[in-house]
Design a protein around this ligand. Structure first.
Ligand code: ZN
Length: 240
C-alpha cells in the first residue's frame, strides 16, 4: 500500500495535476492532504474539487480556516489577506462549509497528519527547528507524523534526542519517532520551484520525497488574469 502525502496545494491546479500523474505512475493508491488546499494561487475551486474526488483524509490549514470563516484578517500578511478575500468570493457556501468542517489532526492507519504542529495545531506555529519539533513529539502518539505549513521539506527524528535534516528517502526504523514535512505541492519555498510531495510505502516502511516539474507559466497567467498580487505569481518561478 502506497500513500501520496500532499501538502500545501494552495490553489495551484497545474502543480496538483502534475503531482497526481506522477503519483499514479509510482503505484500510489491512497492519498492524504495536509491542508492549505486554497490560498495564494488562482484555482481554489478546481483544487478543492479535485482533492474531494480523491476521497481522502484531509486536515485543516490556516488558509482553509480563514477562507471558511468571515473573520477580519488582522495580523495576516497583506498579500495573503488579499488572496483570502478573493478566495472567499470564489468558493460556494457549501465549499466553505467543507473547509470549515475539517479537523486539525487526523490519524490515518498507523500515522498522523497535521498542518502545523501537534502541540497547538490551532495556533498555526511553524516547525523549523528541533525545539519546535520536540514540542510536537510530546503529543505524537504514532511513530510517524506528516506536517506542512512551512513549505520546506525537512525531517525530524527522535530517539533519545532530536535530529533534523534534509531528506530524499527515509527508511523508518522501529522504536524511533518521525515528524516529517512533505513540502508544498503548490508553492515550494526551499529554492526549488518544482512541486514537492512525499510517498509513504507502508509495507517497505519507506518515505520518499519527490519533485515534479509543472507548467507554472500557466499558473502565473491565471494569477495575473484574476488580478491577484504579482508577487504571488513571480515567486513560483523561484521556489520562494
Ligand atoms: Zn501553506
Amino acid at each position: 500500500m502506497k500513500y501520496a502525502i500532499l501538502g500545501d496545494i494552495h490553489a495551484n491546479y497545474e502543480a496538483l495535476t502534475a503531482v497526481l500523474a506522477d503519483a499514479a505512475k509510482r503505484g500510489v493508491s491512497r492519498y492524504v492532504c495536509l491542508g492549505d488546499i486554497v490560498g495564494y494561487n488562482a484555482s481554489p475551486v478546481e483544487c478543492l474539487e479535485r482533492v474531494r474526488e480523491l476521497d481522502c483524509p484531509v486536515v485543516r490549514g490556516n488558509h482553509d480556516h480563514y477562507c471558511a470563516i468571515d473573520t477580519d484578517l488582522e495580523g495576516f500578511h497583506p498579500i495573503a489577506a488579499d488572496v483570502v478575500g478573493w478566495t472567499r468570493s470564489q468558493l460556494s457556501d457549501e465549499q466553505r462549509a467543507y473547509l470549515g468542517a475539517l479537523t486539525y489532526v487526523k490519524r490515518v492507519e498507523t500515522f498522523t497528519i497535521v498542518h502545523s504542529t501537534l502541540d497547538t495545531p490551532e495556533m498555526w506555529g511553524y516547525v523549523f527547528d528541533k525545539l519546535e519539533a520536540d514540542a510536537s513529539f510530546a503529543y505524537q502518539t504514532s511513530a510517524l507524523c506528516f506536517y506542512g505549513h512551512t513549505h520546506v521539506p525537512l525531517a525530524f527524528e527522535k530517539t533519545d534526542r532530536v535530529r533534523v535534516g534534509l531528506y530524499s528517502r527515509i527508511k523508518v526504523v522501529l522504536g524511533r519517532k518521525y515528524f516529517i514535512n512533505a513540502g508544498s505541492v503548490g508553492q515550494p519555498r526551499d529554492g526549488d520551484p518544482r512541486a514537492a510531495y512525499v510517498t509513504y510505502d507502508l509495507l517497505a516502511n519507506e518515505i520518499e520525497l519527490h519533485r515534479v516539474e509543472y507548467d507554472f507559466k500557466t499558473t502565473q497567467k491565471k494569477i495575473k488574469d484574476a488580478g491577484l498580487p504579482d508577487r504571488v505569481a513571480s515567486r513560483l518561478a523561484l521556489g520562494r
